[in-house]
Design a binder for this molecule. Structure first.
Ligand code: ATR
Length: 278
C-alpha cells in the first residue's frame, strides 16, 4: 500500500520539505507521498491521533510543535530527549511512534560535507544560545567536536548550554567573542539577528575574523546572509544553511526508509525555489 509522510506546522505553506522529500521519493520510485499539513497548536493532539489512525509512516515537525509533541510520543531517541525537541517521528514495526531530532546532526553532516571531517580538534565558536544552538552543540559534541565556545547576547543562556554539554565549553559575551574572533577556526551563526529587519544587522563584528576561518550560517533564506557575505569578503570559507536543511531531511528520510538519500539530487530544485546560486 502507498506509504504517506507529512510535515506539520503553523504556518506550513512555505515549507520546502514536501518538495525535497517528494523529489527523493520520485527519484527512488517509491510508492509514497509527503504532504504539508497545517496544524494549529490547539489541534496537535487530535491531529496526531488522526495521523496514527490513518497509518502515517512518519512525519516532520516544525514550529510551533517541536516541544509540545514530546509527551504525545511512545518513545524518544536519547539525543531528542536531551534537546527537549523533536523534528522527526518514525512509526516503528509495533505501530508505536518514536521521536528523533535531526536538526543538530543535519548541521554537522552539512559542515562535514562542505569542509571534511578533519576539523574535530579545531576551535569552534557557536553564536546564539536558542533552540537551534542547543541542538547543534549537543550534536557537535556527540560527533567528537570538543573545543567549543558559545557566545550569546544573554550570556547566562550560553552558560546553561555549556553546563549541559559533556565537554569543557566556554560561555562568552558577544563583545568577548568579537574581540577573540581571530582565534576561532569554525564559526557558526545560529541567531535570528537581522532576520526580521531590513537593516543590516550582524550579531557581532567580523573585524577580527581570520582569513582561514570556516563560517557557517543556519539561515538558508536568503542563502547568502549578511553574516556570510561579510565573512566571504574577508576571505573566509562560507557554508550556507541549505546543507543543514537538506541533511536534517536526509537523516529523517533514512530513519523512515533505511536509505540515506543524496543531497545533490535535491540541491538544484531547492536552489531554484530559493532563487539563488550556491
Ligand atoms: P531558535 O530556536 O531559532 O534558536 P530562539 O530560541 O528564539 O530561536 O533563539 C534566538 C537566538 O538569537 C538567541 O540566542 C537570541 O539571543 P538571546 O538569548 O540573548 O535572546 C539571539 N538573538 C535574537 N536576536 C538577536 C539580536 N538582535 N542580536 C543578537 N542575538 C540575537
Amino acid at each position: 500500500m502507498k506509504k504517506w509522510y507529512a510535515v506539520i506546522g503553523n504556518p506550513i505553506e512555505h515549507s520546502l520539505s514536501p518538495l525535497m522529500h517528494n523529489t527523493w521519493m520520485t527519484v527512488e520510485e517509491r510508492d509514497a507521498a509527503y504532504l504539508p499539513l497545517h496544524v494549529l497548536p490547539e489541534n496537535l493532539e487530535q491531529a496526531f491521533t488522526g495521523m496514527k489512525v490513518l497509518g502515517i509512516s512518519g512525519f516532520n515537525i516544525t514550529i510551533p510543535h517541536k516541544e509540545t509533541i514530546l509527551p504525545l510520543l511512545d518513545e524518544l531517541d536519547p539525543l531528542a530527549k536531551k534537546m527537549g525537541a523533536v523534528n522527526t517521528v518514525v512509526r516503528l514495526e509495533n505501530g508505536q511512534y518514536k521521536g528523533y531530532n535531526t536538526d543538530g546532526l543535519g548541521f554537522v553532516k552539512s559542515l562535514e560535507d562542505a569542509v571534511g571531517t578533519q576539523h574535530k580538534n579545531k576551535r569552534l565558536l557557536i553564536i546564539g544560545a536558542g533552540g537551534a544552538s542547543r541542538g547543534i552543540c549537543f550534536a557537535l559534541v556527540q560527533e567528537g567536536y570538543t573545543n567549543i565556545a558559545i557566545a550569546n547576547r544573554t550570556v547566562s543562556k550560553a552558560q546553561a548550554i555549556c553546563n549541559e554539554l559533556d565537554t569543557n565549553a566556554e560561555a562568552l559575551s558577544l563583545d568577548e567573542a568579537a574581540t577573540q574572533l581571530g582565534e576561532f577556526d569554525i564559526i557558526v551563526q545560529t541567531t535570528s539577528a537581522g532576520l526580521n529587519h531590513s537593516e543590516f544587522a550582524l550579531p557581532l563584528s567580523l573585524e577580527n575574523l581570520s582569513k582561514t576561518a570556516i563560517v557557517a550560517d543556519i539561515v538558508y533564506n536568503p542563502l547568502m546572509t549578511p553574516f556570510l557575505a561579510q565573512s566571504k569578503e574577508k576571505g573566509a570559507t562560507v557554508v550556507t544553511g541549505l546543507g543543514m536543511f537538506i541533511h536534517q531531511g536526509a537523516l529523517a528520510y533514512s530513519y523512515w526508509t533505511d536509505v540515506y538519500p543524496k543531497a545533490a539530487v535535491v540541491e538544484d530544485v531547492l536552489l531554484a525555489n530559493l532563487g539563488g546560486n550556491k
